[in-house]
Structures are given as structure tokens and as C-alpha cells.
Design a protein around this ligand. Structure first.
Ligand code: PLP
Length: 395
């Protein structure tokens, strides 16, 4: 039997029934006006989720990683200077991709568990009098460490330095779950995927380019073909793609935006905050620590939980799967074996989070960690009981 348990990995996330139905549609002619009636509302929906009126949205058959490649190859030329902080596996991988593309990356080494050091960025940008740095990369939510960075602060660093570099933001594990303000924060390229906040299967790279980023596209010389947004723009103008689009996923994206906007973005963010707060109450009751160093860094979508020194955190994840068929996230990169992760984003309720926490307790007791059954669950129950939204009556 396939387990009916929800997953608690930080993506792919659980798919609501409506999303599963939305991606399952008959073949339609992807060059017909009918496809345009799916595509254009999906692009408009993404703009609303990103809180942008100015940006142009481009959706590729790919994943978040393809979204990074779209962002850099459309805005940069070989040898261009890039500024980035390395504070987790995802920022690390984006830096690695830039280096493999022949870009010159100034890497600000940052402890894993910390956010982007905006003040250090400001110093570096201020010192760059010739404005050689073309792009600043920022990972909004470091999925490996459960750390949220302050993108508005990174924007202020650029502005205080009077620096014209573009701001490219990875919002793969935040967009659609945590507040993201593309226009207000002056984000030039936003990147996400279909399988996290949008609650869809993997398969789409979702990107948005500000007017300033659109200008950079004309002079950017990094090789690109599949990910050239100019070809994509030409396709969109004719209701099509430069190649065959994943029609079902794009229909799903349209439905996902409708679902998020019907719940109300503020309500979606508040729900994630509430659920995350309950998870954190449980971690605290277990006497354990998060990898994220301070409350203002706490991610609302994923918690990375430190295990006692000498204990292999991967055991929590493998035992949870082997014995209880419940999926948690392993530690990645520098924190592999030191943390395990609870993904709490996308289609999730208090009740589902309690399931995760109660299974986690059984796992930890099985493995001899100093935790008692019910300890964290009770703390989360109290948190949810006190913060639960009033019951919504059907309209
Ligand atoms: C999941 C994730 C990615 C990678 O996305 P893929 O869809 O697996 O390519 C990139 N950045 C962050 C922050 C992520 O959480």
C-alpha cells in the first residue's frame, strides 16, 4: 500500500486534491487560443503572488535550478562580477552555478544558521566605486538551515551604497508561503519552482524580470538558448512557447494562484506563521535548538533542528521513513548529519503538523534521544489551540 501520510520535506510539498485534478487535463493544442486562455491568467496570477505590477513573468519547463540559470544567463556576461553570501546549501549551489558559468563571484562566507549580512554587502558595494559588481544574489529562505534573510535590508544596502547592481532573489522555498514583495523590495529577478509554495508537482521554473532586468537582457552575453526569455516573450505574444509547454502544469499554476489568492495572501502567510510557531514550540519543549540563530531569522516554511553532538541526524529521517512511513528532510552540505528538517509549507493544517511532531517524538524515543512522548506535541497543541483561526463557514 502506498502510505497516505503527508510528507514533511521542504518540497515537493503535499498536493491538495484541486491541484492534482488541475494538472490532469486532456491534451490541448499548445498553439491554439485555448492554451492562451490557460497561460495568460497563470502569468497574471504569479504577478499577484509576487506583489508586482511591473515585472514580466516567464515560466519554463524546469525546476528552481533552471530558474537560477534563467536569471543569470539572461542578465550577465562572461567574467561579470557577482556578490553573494554563502550561508547554506542553496546559496552555495547558486554560487557554484555562477562560477561554472565563468562569473567572478565575491563570496561572503557566512555561518550556516545566519542570514545574509546586509551591512557587509553595503561595505562591499560602497567600496566598489567603479560599479563593477553587476548582480547581487540573495536567497530569501535558506531551506538547508531554515533561515529567512531580510531582502528589504539587502535592497537598502544597495541603495545606501548608491549602487546600480541588479538584485536577483531565490524565493523557491518562500514565494507563496512567506511574504514576498517584488516591487517594494526592488527585486530585479525573482526565482521559484512549482513544487513548494505553489503545491504542484515539480516541473516548472517560475521567474519574473523587472523592467531594469529586461534592459540588461539585451547586453547579457552568457550563452542561452532554452532559457532565453526573449524567445519566451515572442512565444507568449502568440499564445505559445518556443517549444512544447507542460500544459497540465501551467493549468495547475493558474489554479494554484487562484487558490492562494482566494485564501488571501495575508491569510496564507499567517497560516504558515502559526504552523511554524507550533513546530518551534515543540522543538523548544524537547529542549532542542534550531539551526537558525535568532528568532528574526526563523523560517516560516522549514525548521532545521540540531541533534546532540555525536548523534547522526540522518537516523531520525531514515527511521521515520522505515518504521512510520513519514518523510522528513535530511541535513545538507555543511550541516549534514547535524540537523534534520521539518518542512511546513504549502498545503498544511495544524492537524497535519501535529502528526509530524508526534511521529518525530516516537522516532526520537526509539532512537534514545532525551525526549518524552507528548512533550513537544503538548506544546504545539497549546500553541494551536490558542492561535487557531475561527471556523470558516462555507459561503
Ligand atoms: C528547492 C530549492 C531550490 C532548488 O529547486 P529545484 O526545484 O530542486 O531545482 C533552490 N533554492 C531553494 C531555496 C530551494 O528551497
Amino acid at each position: 500500500m502506498i502510505s497516505q501520510n503527508p510528507v514533511f520535506i521542504p518540497g515537493p510539498t503535499n498536493m491538495p486534491e484541486a491541484m492534482r485534478r488541475a494538472v490532469d487535463i486532456p491534451t490541448i493544442d499548445h498553439r491554439s487560443p485555448e492554451f492562451g486562455r490557460v497561460l495568460h491568467p497563470a502569468l497574471e496570477g504569479v504577478k499577484k503572488v509576487l506583489k508586482t505590477t511591473q515585472a514580466q513573468v516567464f515560466v519554463f519547463p524546469s525546476t528552481g535550478t533552471g530558474g537560477w540559470e534563467t536569471a543569470i544567463t539572461n542578465t550577465l556576461s562572461p567574467g561579470d562580477k557577482v556578490l553573494a553570501a554563502r550561508n547554506g546549501m542553496f546559496s552555495h549551489r547558486w554560487i557554484d552555478m555562477c562560477q561554472r558559468h565563468g562569473l567572478d563571484v565575491t563570496v561572503v562566507q557566512t555561518p550556516w544558521g545566519e542570514g545574509i549580512p546586509a551591512d557587509r554587502f553595503e561595505e562591499i558595494l560602497t567600496a566598489d566605486k567603479g560599479h563593477e559588481i553587476r548582480v547581487v544574489l540573495a536567497t530569501h529562505n535558506e531551506t538547508a538551515t531554515g533561515v529567512r534573510s531580510d531582502i528589504a535590508a539587502v535592497r537598502r544596502a544597495l541603495d545606501n551604497a548608491g549602487h546600480p547592481a541588479l538584485l536577483l532573489v531565490d524565493g523557491v522555498s518562500s514565494i507563496g508561503s512567506m511574504d514576498f514583495r517584488m516591487d517594494e523590495w526592488g527585486v530585479d529577478v525573482a526565482v521559484t519552482g512549482s513544487q513548494k509554495g505553489f503545491m504542484l508537482p515539480p516541473g516548472l521554473a517560475i521567474t519574473a524580470f523587472s523592467p531594469k532586468a529586461m534592459e540588461a537582457v539585451e547586453s547579457a552575453r552568457l550563452p542561452r538558448t532554452f532559457f532565453d526569455i526573449r524567445d519566451m516573450a515572442t512565444g507568449y505574444a502568440k499564445n505559445g512557447y518556443p517549444y512544447t509547454p507542460p500544459v497540465g502544469l501551467i493549468n495547475g499554476l493558474n489554479e494554484s494562484c487562484k487558490l492562494l489568492l482566494a485564501e488571501g495572501l495575508d491569510n496564507v502567510f499567517a497560516r504558515h506563521h502559526r504552523i511554524a510557531s507550533g513546530v518551534r514550540a515543540a522543538v523548544d519543549a524537547w529542549g532542542m535548538q534550531l539551526c537558525a540563530q535568532r528568532p528574526e531569522l526563523y523560517s516560516e516554511t522549514v525548521s532545521a533542528i540540531l541533534v546532540p553532538e555525536g548523534f547522526d541526524a540522518n537516523l531520525v529521517v531514515s527511521h521515520a521513513m522505515d518504521k512510520y512511513q513519514v518523510a522528513f528532510g535530511t541535513g545538507l552540505g555543511d550541516v549534514a548529519g547535524k540537523v534534520w528538517r521539518i518542512g511546513h509549507l504549502g498545503s498544511l493544517t495544524d492537524a497535519m503538523a501535529l502528526l509530524a511532531l508526534s511521529v518525530a517524538e516516537m522516532v526520537m524515543v526509539d532512537l534514545g534521544l532525551p525526549v518524552k512522548l507528548g512533550q513537544g506535541v503538548a506544546a504545539a497543541q497549546e500553541s494551536y489551540r490558542l492561535s487557531a483561526a475561527p471556523v470558516q463557514k462555507a459561503a
